[in-house]
Design a binder for this molecule. Structure first.
Ligand code: SF4
Ligand code: SF4
Length: 176
């Protein structure tokens, strides 16, 4: 690995629904153009009125690149996670940064696998929203022993992922 940008190509956690559930548009972002490029921009009817599009992002390619890179919105341009910054500034070696990225990706994969095992196969939603939905469903009805065990594993994996991402990835002031 040669640069912090290579780290992002191996990561994608700020685009794939792991760190964020959506991307907010701000003044200066061209919502029409983003829509024409295939991003499902919506203006929520309730709550904050900013336009946004959901993650996992429709522009994230399998090789980790962004299909709309030249036109990506301001918050995508601005966001740099803590691991990226630390690697770029030479505070940690790239090998350490890559290890952290791989660890977070493994945890996110575990969360997705357990969500699927519990019947949530909607890969078009961010992990937080999927976890909350499964939590509500299991709270409201009787879960059998297998589902209860899977939910315990899911909660643990989600907790470990949250601790890791808050500790190493989020820079709260810049989180979108
Ligand atoms: S989470 Fe950090 S390392 Fe990963 S793609 Fe985003 S900025 Fe790059
Ligand atoms: S537009 Fe590009 S940079 Fe922004 S979330 Fe989507 S894939 Fe990531």
């Amino acid at each position: 690995m040669k640069s912090a940008e290579d780290l992002c190509l191996a990561c994608g956690l700020c685009c794939d629904g792991t760190l964020f559930g959506h991307v907010r548009l701000v003044a200066g972002d061209d919502a029409k153009k983003l829509k024409s490029l295939g991003l499902p921009v919506v203006a929520p009817r309730t709550g904050p009125t900013f336009k946004r599009f959901p993650q996992p992002c429709a522009a994230l390619c399998a090789d980790g690149t962004c299909r709309v890179y030249a036109d990506r919105p301001a918050q995508c341009r601005r966001f740099e996670c803590g691991v990226f910054k630390a690697a770029r500034e030479g505070e940690i070696p790239f090998s350490t940064a890559l290890r952290t990225v791989k660890q977070a990706r493994r945890l996110a994969d575990s969360v997705r696998r357990l969500l699927r095992a519990l019947g949530d196969t909607d890969d078009h939603l961010g992990l937080d929203a999927r976890f909350a939905r499964v939590h509500r469903r299991l709270e409201s009805g009787a879960a059998d022993a297998a589902a209860a065990n899977a939910y315990a594993d899911l909660s643990q994996a989600m907790h470990r992922l949250t601790l890791l991402t808050h500790d190493k990835f989020h820079t709260r002031a810049e989180a979108r």
